[in-house]
Write a protein that binds this ligand. Structure first.
Ligand code: 5CA
Length: 154
């Protein structure tokens, strides 16, 4: 799936967003921040982890790193590891670099890095490595039905 499918998902679910297609790559948080001209921390990384083998989505501020030890506590799992590229595609329907925070194949349990709350508006991937969309932090919480937690370090 790509930006079109993500846009359609938003329409179908009454989520009023404007996808910004860029002519530069936004495949990493750093590139996305540069392309948009915003702070790195306001970019949402949509990362898939496996907690005792079960997938979970973790939304992390662009300037922070997910801490698997903290994630294991929040997810009540013994072992948490990052999903590989094939697993990310299988679980979300999107390729790494374009994974949006919602609109996946399956509804994944979602954890939201508390440090994203520094920003009123954040920017997330819109289904492709050249498309992002702004979303109010509060709306991101609503649409993902995510659990806010301290799951990152510097
Ligand atoms: N479009 C940007 C900003 S919105 C984006 O999607 N950023 S991201 O952080 O969500 O996606 C890139 C992340 O994917 C990297 O931070 C890295 O954690 C992860 N990643 C990159 N390559 C691989 C790989 N081969 N296997 C697993 N994870 C990977």
């Amino acid at each position: 799936m790509g930006a079109e499918q993500f846009t359609q998902y938003c329409k179908d679910n009454g989520l009023d967003i404007s996808v910004v297609e860029l002519d530069k790559s936004t495949r990493t948080a750093q590139l996305a921040a540069e392309a948009i001209g915003t702070e790195l921390g306001s970019i949402v990384k949509s990362l898939v982890f496996l907690a005792d083998g079960k997938p979970a989505l973790v939304l992390v501020a662009g300037d922070r790193r997910a801490d698997t030890r903290k994630l294991a506590q929040v997810l009540e799992a013994k072992k948490v590891k990052m999903a590989d590229a094939d697993t990310v595609r299988a679980e979300t329907g999107f390729a790494i670099g374009g994974v949006p925070p919602v609109g996946h194949h399956t509804r994944l349990p979602t954890i939201i890095d508390r440090s994203l709350s520094r920003f009123e508006t954040v920017y997330a991937a819109a289904g492709s490595p050249r498309a992002v969309f702004p979303i109010a932090y509060d709306v991101l919480l609503q649409v993902t039905a995510g659990q806010v937690a301290d799951v990152t370090g510097d």
